[in-house]
Design a protein around this ligand. Structure first.
Ligand SMILES: C[S@@+](CC[C@H](N)C(=O)[O-])C[C@H]1O[C@@H](n2cnc3c(N)ncnc32)[C@H](O)[C@@H]1O
Length: 271
């Protein structure tokens, strides 16, 4: 089936297993089909060259989770699931040498539309096309990790391409959100399913082929995955919803953000 035919089908949302191959295939197609709408909807909030960690709007300028800005100068940085490479562009402005990697060709075309100042690589986070020890730092703002079936495989890859002492900082949907409906209003405030149910969220076509997949891990799972991937966890940041942010982003809203965390940012070190 062509991508256009796939796009015309109304997907069914369900919870079922989805392995690495299926998840990767489905998400590549979804991000290619939806990159234009995504950038129209969220591009202004993200900014062309800001480093925003998630829908709360936490900016790396204030968070300094990668380290003080002056320490980023001359570092080789890998951004995973970079989308339109907004974060990488901010890193370039700090004097770092980022490489922006993403699964989606269309997302990377948006990166090129914004500017040609960042090297782009189209690849899956589960198989990084770089030599061992190529980078000083790796980061990901909601890129790849929420979408992969086997995060430990990604973490091992990140560890392999990092030099000793390198940081790996990534943000994901806060695991608690999986117990609630993905709605920004009051209906998103009542627990609707088990936090402990790891069954992936899948949108599939009439033939049962996955068109979009997200994977749930509990907080404990994430910590264990980080350790199994060969990292030391040094911080787990749960950004609070700031008063200035009146924007909704899907199920993330001021209403919910003031009551329950929406993002989790893991700060890890490769010893
Ligand atoms: C929510 S966007 C985050 C990008 C950017 N930080 C932003 O906020 O727009 C998720 C990105 O992860 C990418 N992605 C999903 N699965 C991936 C995988 N297995 N490997 C690499 N990138 C992946 C998608 O193509 C998409 O560009």
């Amino acid at each position: 089936m062509s991508q256009e035919q796939e796009a015309r089908q109304e997907p069914e949302a369900t919870r079922r297993d989805s392995d690495s191959t299926e998840s990767s295939h489905a998400n590549r197609g979804w991000w290619n089909r939806n990159a234009d709408d995504y950038q129209i909807e969220h591009g202004t909030f993200l900014g062309d060259d800001r480093f925003v960690w998630g829908p709360e709007g936490l900016d790396e300028v204030e968070a300094e989770l990668l380290g003080p800005p002056e320490s980023l100068k001359d570092l080789d940085v890998l951004e995973i699931g970079a989308g339109a490479a907004q974060c990488s562009r901010w890193l370039t402005r700090q004097g770092a040498r980022p490489v922006a990697l993403d699964l989606s060709h269309r997302q990377l075309q948006h990166a090129l539309r914004i500017g040609d100042d960042v090297p782009l690589v189209e690849a899956d986070a589960g198989a990084l096309p770089f030599r061992d020890g190529s980078f000083d730092l790796a980061c990901s703002a909601y890129g790849a990790i929420p979408f992969v079936a086997d995060p430990v495989r990604v973490f091992r890859e990140v560890r392999r391409v990092l030099r000793p002492g390198g940081r790996w900082v990534f943000s994901v949907t806060h695991p608690i959100r999986w117990a609630f409906p993905d709605e920004p209003g009051p209906e998103g405030l009542s627990v609707a399913s088990s936090y402990f149910d790891r069954t992936p969220y899948v949108e599939q076509d009439e033939q049962g082929r996955a068109m979009y997949v997200e994977h749930h891990r509990t907080v404990g799972d994430r910590v264990r995955d980080v350790v199994a991937g060969g990292f030391r966890l040094v911080d787990l940041v749960e950004p609070e919803w700031p008063a200035w942010n009146t924007q909704e982003w899907g199920g993330w809203s001021p209403l919910r953000g003031n009551l329950i965390p929406g993002s989790a940012i893991f700060v890890c070190v490769r010893d």
